[in-house]
Design a protein around this ligand. Sequence first.
Ligand code: GLN
Length: 284
Amino acid sequence: MLFKTYKTTFLQELSTFYDEQEIESFFYLTLECFHNKKRIDLALDPNMEMDAMQLRRWESALAELKKEKPIQYILGETEFYGIPFLVNENTLIPRPETEELVEWIIKSTSYEIKSAKLQILDIGTGSGCIAISLAKSISNAEVFAIDISEEALATAKKNAEINEVNVDFILKNVLETENLGNTFDIIVSNPPYVRNLEKSEIKPNVLEYEPHIALFVNDNDALLFYRKIAGLAKVNLSENGILFFEINQYLGKETVELLEDLGFKNIILKNDNYGNNRMISCCL
Ligand code: GLN
């Protein structure tokens, strides 16, 4: 079967589920993942064909897309901050907002913290996207990352290997941690922050496939992780260290107040590219 013929079928079959631009992007992501070919390769070779076995693979991806399974889980991979990451149902799919947080941390380290070896800790690392992209971009960093999920850590370890960086991954439930056992120049976390009351805003592809343990918190204690992590940072952040959080866009003010109450200084609340309150940095 010709790829270009199959592309028409693919577009038609998914047209009731997604808009055309999104389906096109699924098509080319799959083309790249399954065949290592880019859009331009197909344009230059319009007679490119797939065999029966390849077609079966496409058909199975198509069936999963119809069930609104995220393309990143179907392909088992994605890109974050310009580097590849394996993902699966034990890890969140990294978000563009989190890339903005990573960018902010990298910029801060180049002029704010001048330590020979920069000790970094990522709490609730999931796929390892924050820890690994920081390790990749900050040459003098020594990076540690914890997570409650053994399965997520197994994926994060593979991601560190793929990207050829050293990160110390530790299986740990932060809510049951009394001391982080070290001093860190940067503590960063993108903890669960979506309240049940926000569930109606969450798309089915997220709600049905992404790990709820990484997403949701109780409506009546939505800042649980922030309180716990900030408390640990009070003990384990170095003198000139910075604590960074990704936050719930509706709880910017509340999160800032929590950090003020705990005695943090220089609290900066920053918007993401969509204009939502999305990240905070603060110091002791
Ligand atoms: N930003 C993610 C979402 O909207 C949530 C990530 C989190 O809970 N830490 O799905």
